[in-house]
Design a protein around this ligand. Structure first.
Ligand code: PEP
Ligand code: MN
Length: 264
């Protein structure tokens, strides 16, 4: 179902009315985690002013350590919904429990399946069966491209065709960066599948200064968009502050990718 042999033209998928795929390039931005109203509204206002059409933010956080901030849960969802309404920014947020699909439906516009859950088949079936909202499916950190495509197949086969693939870096022998952003995968996926393909240079590199060049690389390799973490005060962030772009970094990023986007 994901193959270009079955469907030659690009799928265009709506996230709360914002169309992604089909030759456009879309930026999704926002904090790793929703932390408070001032934090979320501040960053929403900043990205909106930069022309970003979609907000990201985690309410349920899949953390490596049980002692790390786990997210605000339903309170975080309520803040996301409030930001959506205040700034007219449709929202992307991660689901980690199949039982939350219905609960989240009212609060968000796109379900993110995180790298750690790419092969959580019950979760894939839940977003396939229980919603027709968009699903941003991230590649597992040790998943092959074939496994990513089969995970997408689960969602579509369960009834929801609105899947967006996302390359977010994989684990390799390299330790200089958090992950190795596999741009091969982006070009390969664009060739083999009609689904939109996004790049996450924040988790892909884990290094703030590399987000800008890898975002430009994402445009060049034919990605349909990027998802980028941003925080007005990264030092105070409750997760992933080290890779969060400040307002200033973010303005530079948008200015730097703009010519690439219009040339693509
Ligand atoms: C995230 O986007 O906040 C996240 C946890 O990403 P990943 O699942 O790619 O690690
Ligand atoms: Mn993060």
């Amino acid at each position: 179902l994901v193959s270009r042999e079955l469907q030659a033209h690009d799928s265009i998928i709506s996230i709360g009315g914002v169309k992604v795929g089909g030759g456009s390039f879309t930026v999704i931005a926002g904090p790793c985690s929703v932390e408070s109203e001032p934090q979320l509204f501040g960053v929403s206002e900043m990205i909106k002013a930069q022309g970003v059409p979609l907000l990201r933010g985690g309410a349920f956080k899949p953390r490596t350590s049980p002692y790390s901030f786990q997210g605000l849960g339903i309170e975080g969802l309520a803040l996301l919904k409030a930001a959506r309404e205040k700034f007219n920014l449709p929202v992307v947020s991660e689901i980690i429990d199949p039982n939350d699909a219905e609960l989240m439906h009212d609060y968000i516009d796109c379900y993110q399946i995180g790298a750690r859950n790419m092969q959580n088949f019950r979760l894939l079936e839940a977003v396939g069966k229980q919603t027709d909202k968009a699903v941003l499916l991230k590649r597992g950190m040790s998943a092959t491209i074939e496994e990513l495509l089969l995970a997408a197949e689960y969602i579509i086969n369960a009834g929801n065709p609105n899947v967006i693939l996302c390359e977010r870096g994989i684990r390799t022998f390299e330790t200089a960066t958090r992950n190795t952003l596999d741009l091969n995968a982006v070009a390969y996926l664009k060739e083999k599948s009609h689904l939109p393909v996004f790049v996450d240079p924040s988790h892909g590199t884990g290094v703030k200064s590399l987000i800008n060049p890898l975002s430009r690389a994402a445009v060049a390799v034919g990605a349909d968009g990027i998802i980028v973490e941003s925080h007005l005060n990264p030092k105070e962030a409750l997760s992933d502050g080290h890779q969060a772009l400040t307002a200033e970094d973010f303005a530079t990023l948008m200015a730097d990718i703009k010519p690439f986007i219009s040339a693509a």
